[in-house]
Design a protein around this ligand. Structure first.
Ligand code: TYD
Length: 137
């Protein structure tokens, strides 16, 4: 269920020269990082990432600016706003998610425990609901 999605506070090393944050496999992120991608230059009002993954886990950080992540499983929906460079959202496999309400200059970093695999995507809501039902058995 959605409790498996967690906001993770990342270390923040404040410094008058500028702050520094980081994440490490096993310490802040409960998986081995295989891929990193980022979403940027999103025009106002656009929505990205309306899908679920069968296997991959991911971790999303608003490195700059802000965005909302809408997560859903088996008809329960929750909105999580990301707006800090030192906080990330862990989303395990089997959760539908999309990202919206990107601010100007928003930069969303996503790390994942798999290489890109189009076969891992569930892009159809009804197929996703069936997937949730199967998982609940
Ligand atoms: P996709 O994950 O489908 O984004 P959205 O759900 O927001 O539409 O990715 C868009 C395109 O980018 C798709 O054609 C696949 C490609 N892509 C890669 O090649 N590698 C990646 O790591 C990702 C995330 C996407």
């Amino acid at each position: 269920n959605l409790d498996s999605c967690k906001i993770v506070s990342l270390p923040k090393i404040p410094d008058r020269r500028g702050n520094l944050s980081f994440f490490e496999t096993d310490n802040q992120i409960p998986f081995k990082i295989e891929r990193t991608y980022w979403i940027y230059d999103v025009p106002g009002g656009e929505i990205r990432g309306g899908h679920a993954y069968k296997k991959q886990n991911e971790f999303i950080i608003a490195l700059s600016g802000s965005l909302d992540v809408i997560i859903e499983v088996a008809h329960t929906i929750k909105k999580i706003s990301l707006n800090r460079s030192y906080e990330g959202l862990f989303i395990p496999s089997g959760i539908w998610r999309h990202m919206e309400n990107f601010s100007t200059n928003s930069l969303a970093l996503v790390v994942s425990d798999t290489e890109y695999d189009a076969e891992d995507y569930i892009r159809d809501k009804n197929i996703f609901y069936n997937f949730c039902d199967e998982n609940a058995k």
